[in-house]
Ligand binder design. Structure first.
Ligand SMILES: [Zn+2]
Length: 81
């Protein structure tokens, strides 16, 4: 039980970007997405505005560009700034 819990914790931390370098969008870009009622998500791995059907509070969506599950919605990005 202890090892399973350990694995889950380390995996979770990996996804949340413990050692990986994350990309972040500009504040103006996030603002534009929210104002335009656009539902693009931003991939923190490849740094592209991608997934065009991300809710504003989305987190961990699959990126169609690089395949990582690191696409976040505009509001999520804003709260993490
Ligand atoms: Zn990506």
């Amino acid at each position: 039980m202890l090892s399973v819990r350990y694995l889950m914790t380390s995996k979770y931390q990996g996804v949340k970007g413990g050692t990986k370098k994350r990309k972040t969008p500009k504040f103006e870009e996030i603002e534009a997405i929210l104002q335009d009622d656009s539902y693009e998500g931003f991939c923190t791995t490849c740094g592209a505005w991608t997934h065009d059907s991300s809710e504003h509070d989305a987190d961990g969506y699959e990126c169609p560009v690089c395949g990582e599950y690191t696409v976040k919605g505009a509001l999520t990005l804003l709260l993490e700034m």
